[in-house]
Ligand binder design. Sequence first.
Ligand code: 13P
Length: 195
Amino acid sequence: MNAAGINRGTAGNVSARVAGGFLVTPSAMRYEDLGPDDVVRVGMDGTPGGARKPSSEWRFHRDIYATRPEAGAVVHTHGPFSAALACHGRGIPAFHYMVARAGGRDIRCAPYARFGTQELSDRALAALEGRRACLLAHHGAIAFGADLDAAFALAAEVETLAEMYWRALAIGEPPRLTDDEMDAVIAKFAGYGQR
Ligand code: 13P
């Protein structure tokens, strides 16, 4: 994530679903210092196991696994372009067809709530309705996927789209694709890629 520019320092966190819970990065540790024993297993009731404290954002990781059966991994980022838009409370509209990669006609921005709170999780879950990614006001972004590769790829895509939108905004608010066109793109993505 740091090499891809979607997180810096200890910002962000990652998890993967396992039987009865999920594995999540520990809180406030540099990614380059982490070993397997630093990763924390958290049960669906929020009970952590292991030597380290889990990410302060374990609640939204847990709540995504609890409500979105298609989620196998979750990536949370503080990507600079995603965060810049989110600091204005702006999501990413249908200015580019790749917005449909997140599953809907736009990528919403959840209203602000303090990091690590249930309120943040509740607001993120609402913004993720029908989507696999959202921005978080004054904070960053969340993306999930069937596995770690898919979640990471979408997190990087969201940051790319945020950068494109930010650049497009420099010469004015770009025109939007229509709802019908976005729906057609979403349908086309269902059969896109190699088997
Ligand atoms: P953690 O190190 O506790 O995961 O916190 C980082 C973060 O991005 C909180 O939103």
